[in-house]
Design a protein around this ligand. Structure first.
Ligand code: XIL
Length: 389
């Protein structure tokens, strides 16, 4: 059964609040979170467990959404099959709740990510390896989603289902046992454990018109056609140097891809955005170029109504996985985020905020109020004119 996206959007969308400032006005001094609240948009960041000082300093003013950078992945949660330590994951969720932010759960199954050490051995040793793989996957998804039921707004159920470059499936341990059906199994188990959670398929792309992007569209369409409870798709959005060639994309192609996904009836989010400064090293003003790319990517999301949020993969430039992870670590500092090491907003912060402001719809009656205001001021002006004239 398909998830009623519209009903979910009405129930779960960030509430547009009437703040004194109109965040469409760049001079109003709105923060990211204030702008996002008026736009009915999620703006988030990946944080650690326990939350780092930068998170404590910047929430809730700047972000209304939280993702655990690692704490909800299978390996960090579970050092052995069926054994869970939720303490770090719980810290992230409690931090979000204390700051009035929603949680994007990341991620229930990631074939390239950290997995319990005994997973492969347990499957291999079972008399029916495929049956055991299915059982383990369903139990894991049920345990984690069940633990957080009602507290996690959306889950990346499966992360990176496709090969690095081609449209082939990622040949991970679950695919090898179950074929592509492992994806539907994971989504069904998640839906059973928390029917209110939005369930996402998350992926990265080198370009948004190539074979991999087409394959992802087909995969999402197939899952929908099979009645799998999938509600959204996440586009990671890492822009970083390395063999996976994650270059700044053509903005029109990026937006067209988001629109194609939305046309399937799915919600869309940019889930792991960071933009390495490496690509602009020859430019006169690299930070301005970086801001341009941020404006293009966030602007593309804003232009597609079903695109409901953007998550940055970190908070400040002094603490980014790109500087810690080969090969992008070779060109560190990547300075890929919205705040510098002193938590000062960068040009990319302004570009992001201004792009989000493009989603703000004037409150009903605002136009009439403005007209009344103009009429009153005009009247006073005329009276003053009579007095002085
Ligand atoms: C990364 C984390 O940021 C690192 O701290 C960790 O060492 C590896 O994973 N795509 C994803 C994220 O979906 O989960 C990854 O996060 C970055 C790439």
């Amino acid at each position: 059964m398909r998830f009623p996206i519209l009903a979910a959007a009405l129930l779960c969308a960030p509430v547009a609040t009437a703040l004194p400032a109109d965040c469409r006005d760049k001079g109003a001094g709105c923060t990211l979170a204030e702008t996002a609240a008026q736009a009915g948009f999620w703006i988030g960041a990946a944080i650690d467990a326990p939350p780092e000082p930068a998170a404590e300093a910047i929430y809730p003013a700047q972000f209304n959404s939280v993702t655990a950078e690692n704490a909800h992945k299978w390996g960090p949660l579970s050092d052995g099959l069926g054994r869970y330590d939720f303490s770090r994951g719980d810290q992230v969720v409690a931090f979000a709740e204390a700051n009035g932010a929603r949680v994007r759960g990341h991620t229930l199954f990631w074939g390239r990510g950290p997995l319990p050490a005994d997973l492969a051995g347990q499957i291999a040793a079972a008399p029916d390896p495929a049956g055991r793989a299915r059982e383990i996957l369903v139990e894991h998804v049920g345990a984690v989603v069940g633990h957080y039921a009602g507290r996690i707004h959306s889950w990346d159920v499966v992360n990176e289902p496709l090969d690095f470059f081609t449209g082939n499936p990622d040949p991970n341990i679950m695919f090898r046992q179950l074929g592509i059906d492992y994806i539907g199994e994971a989504f069904r188990a998640a839906h059973a454990a928390d029917p209110g959670a939005q369930l996402f398929l998350n992926e990265f792309f080198q370009d948004y018109q190539g074979e991999k992007a087409r394959a992802f569209l087909s995969l999402a369409a197939d899952l929908l056609a099979e009645g799998v409870p999938i509600h959204g798709v996440g586009i990671q959005g890492h822009i970083s140097p390395g063999p996976d060639q994650l270059m700044p994309p053509d903005p029109a192609a990026f937006q067209a891809f988001l629109a194609e996904l939305a046309a399937l009836g799915l919600a869309v989010e940019i889930t792991e955005l960071d933009v390495s400064i490496f690509f602009f090293r020859g430019a006169a003003d690299p930070l301005a170029e970086q801001a341009r790319v941020y404006g293009e990517l966030v602007g593309a999301c804003i232009a597609v109504p079903a695109c409901q949020g953007v998550t940055l993969w970190g908070i400040e430039d002094g603490d980014t996985w790109l500087d810690r992870t080969f090969p992008s670590s070779v060109v560190a500092p990547n300075r890929p985020l919205l705040f510098d090491e002193d938590l000062e907003p960068k040009p990319a912060w302004f570009a992001t905020r201004d792009a989000i402001a493009g989603r703000i719809v004037p409150e009903p009656g605002t136009g009439a109020l403005v007209l009344i205001g103009i009429a009153i001021l005009g009247g006073r002006h005329r009276e003053r004119g009579r007095e002085t004239g």
